[in-house]
Design a protein around this ligand. Structure first.
Ligand code: CU
Length: 128
């Protein structure tokens, strides 16, 4: 790990998740009731709470971008960059890699599922 940068400010009730870019998919890790929950190409978050996404890369430079949830942040090998996002309401949001990362860059997409409180609790119990 070369270092760590963040643009996020401290907040109450913040949820921390991890996103890792790959050629050509994304993996995510979330806090679960019985340990971390790993997914591929779908990031799960609670709606109405700030979420710090700790963004890394497994290979080349990618960029994590969910247009409807705000800014984008580079995924750089050896570095963890933190981007704070928040979904006002539950729903499904499209995300994509915003940095050319090779042959299948344009299909390096993912989705963000923002759950209501009950849905987030169920996800954390491994029920969905
Ligand atoms: Cu890309």
């Amino acid at each position: 790990m070369l270092g760590e940068r963040t643009i996020a400010r401290p907040a109450r009730n913040v949820v921390v998740v991890e996103a890792t870019g790959h050629q050509w998919y994304w993996t995510f890790r979330h806090p679960g009731a019985a340990g971390a929950i790993a997914t591929r190409d779908v990031l799960h978050i609670p709606a109405g709470r700030p979420v710090d996404v700790r963004i890394a890369s497994a290979d080349v430079i990618h960029s994590f971008w969910v247009p409807r949830l705000g800014g984008k942040m580079d995924a750089i090998p050896g570095l963890v960059n933190t981007l704070r996002i928040e979904a006002t309401d539950p729903g499904l949001f499209e995300g994509q890699c915003a940095e050319f990362c090779g042959l299948h860059h344009t299909s390096n997409r993912f989705r963000v599922m923002a759950h209501d409180a009950a849905g987030w609790a169920a996800f954390q119990r491994g029920e969905e």
